[in-house]
Each structure stands twice: as C-alpha cells, then as structure tokens.
Design a protein around this ligand. Structure first.
Ligand code: SF4
Length: 318
C-alpha cells in the first residue's frame, strides 16, 4: 500500500473506518477515535445495540458463542458496506498473567470468516506483549498497514494515548464521587461491553436508579491500582479484565451495600470468577445475574427489586 501522511489523506478523500459499538468499544472509544482522527480518517460508529442486531448476530454466530460475541457480529453486519474498513482488534495479552479472554484473540479471524462473502475490508491491530508487540507497536503497524508512514502513525498514537488518559481520569473521578452518595449503593461487576450496552446493561442501571439505588460501575476504576489490589484476592487469576473487576471490588467493598454480578451467557471466565467472588467476599449481599438474548425484562426486574429490598431492609430504610 502506498504510504501517505495524514494531510495528504484528508486532501484526497478521508478513508472511513467503521467502529462497532460493542466488545472493546466502551474501553477504547477515545483511543480509537483520537487515533483515526489524528490520521485524518473519518470514523463512523454503529448504532446502540437493538433487538434486530442481537437477532442478526445470533443467526451469524455459532450456538456456543457468548451473547457479547453475538451482539458484536450484529454490529459488524450493520456496518458492512458503509465504510472502507471495519476495525476488529486482536488482543491476546498485556504480558505475563495478563491475558484477554480467548474471544479477543480470535475475533478478527471469526469476523473475516463470517463475512467472507462480502467485499468489506477489515483491519486489526495485534497486541501480544509476550511476543514483544505492545500497544504502541500495534497501532504504528496498523497505521502503516493503512498507508501512513511510521512517524505519522506514532504521533497519532501518542496524541490518542494522551486523550485517553485524560478522559479516563475524569471518568474515574466522576465514578469515585458516587461512593459518597447517601442512598443505597450497589457496585455492578460486569465487563464494560455488558454494562455499557444499551440493550442488555443500560436497563439494569435505569431500573436501579428508578428504585432510588445508586449503581456504580466496578469497571470504571484506576486500573493500575485495581490490578495491584486483585492480587490480594487471587494471585493466579490471569484474565486482565476480570482482575480489574476483582481489584475494584477489593478497593470498594466497604463503601457499598451490595454487589451485582452481571454476565453474558455463557461466559467462560465469568462462570469461574463469579464463583470466586461469591466465596471470597462473604458478608456482602451479592446478586448474580446472567443475561441471555431472551425478550422481556419482567424476571430481571423482579430479581433486582427483591435484592434492593433486602439491601434497604438491612440498612433499616424499608
Ligand atoms: S469474557 Fe465472557 S463475555 Fe467477554 S468475550 Fe469472553 S466469553 Fe464473552
């Protein structure tokens, strides 16, 4: 591919990159948008998850796939033909004992295979620190694969990283303020793509708020500190995102009235980690919810209502 710099790219025609609003989007939104914008590319994001996307993704995925993967495929489908490229990162690990769920390693290949009969181009960036490919190298490689020179890609990454860091500090600061609330506080322990999803996670947050409960996201945390704290609970837990959540519970256990564990069916890591949380954090009321692609929220609301009633009774406010 011919190399170009970002200015030249804009003056010809800015390439359009599609960002599926699922899986790691919630985590990397600022990094991705800033990086592509600094390169002079135009980003488009799929719409918030809706029923049609889940149905489409369920048809495309194998039955055993987790709900998050099905949702992701639904988002990819909604972007097909609307952009020059669709970003599907391949993230294996951030170092020793810092693995991602294997789904994040295979996603790019799964997507290319599922949509092999379309003309859509997919691009990945590969993070595999154990193979000496850190995030910066992965982004610079992605930039050069898109036709930019290494210096331009590196500059774009550094700027994106600064934006990401500032944005994350602000988000953590805002979430931390919620622990001071006088109302019943519930720490929701879920992957960002579950809790941040408009169709499966947002209804839980909305319902808790309607019950005058303050929901707090365990995933919005000082990640470095959370990883450190997670070692106090388990030294062998190897999934990065689960370790962040575990560390977040350890950091905030005394500031909340209860925990809600929210998982996508059938999540392998969560099935093990949630059991561990229930056994390690005894004394804290815990509600374990597994979300599937069934319609209707009546059953879910009943469980949330019963749980918040228990918390209110315990606190003497019911
Ligand atoms: S951690 Fe669970 S929900 Fe997330 S991708 Fe892996 S199996 Fe799916």
């Amino acid at each position: 591919m011919k190399e170009r710099n970002s200015t030249a790219a804009i003056s010809v025609k800015a390439p359009v990159i599609g960002l599926p609003r699922a899986m790691l989007y919630d985590r990397y939104e600022v990094l991705w948008k800033s990086f592509f914008s600094a390169l002079g590319m135009k980003g488009i994001v799929s719409k918030p998850t809706n029923k049609a996307m889940i149905e489409a993704g369920s048809t495309l995925a194998i039955d055993e796939a987790c709900l998050s993967t099905k949702i992701y495929l639904g988002h990819i489908q909604s972007l097909i033909g609307k952009c020059d490229y669709i970003l599907v990162p391949r993230i294996s690990n951030f170092g020793l004992h810092r693995n991602m769920c294997t789904k994040f390693e295979s996603l790019y290949d799964v997507v290319c295979n599922v949509f092999r009969n379309t003309d859509q181009k997919f691009v990945a960036y590969n993070v595999d620190v154990l193979q000496k490919i850190d995030e910066e190298k992965a982004f610079v490689d992605l930039g050069t694969a898109l036709g930019y020179d290494r210096k331009t890609a590196q500059k774009a990454y550094k700027r994106a990283k600064r934006n990401e860091s500032e944005d994350w500090k602000k988000k953590v600061h805002e979430e931390e303020a919620l622990y001071k609330s006088q109302s019943i506080k519930v720490l929701i322990v879920a992957h960002s793509y579950v809790l941040g999803d408009a169709y499966i996670g947002q209804p839980v947050i909305d319902y808790l708020k309607s019950m005058e409960v303050t929901p707090i996201r365990a995933d919005v945390v000082d990640r470095k500190e959370a990883l450190k704290q997670s070692a106090k609970v388990s030294k062998t837990l190897k999934w990065e995102l689960s370790r962040e959540l575990m560390g977040s519970i350890q950091m905030h256990r005394d500031k909340v009235d209860g925990l809600i564990l929210l998982s996508a069916f059938p999540c392998g890591p969560d099935s093990m980690v949630n059991e561990m949380i229930i056994r390690k954090f005894t004394g804290l009321p815990i509600l374990n919810i597994v979300l599937d692609n069934q319609d209707g929220t009546a059953g879910l609301e009943t469980r949330l209502e019963s749980f918040t009633d228990i918390l209110k009774l315990k606190k003497g406010v019911l």
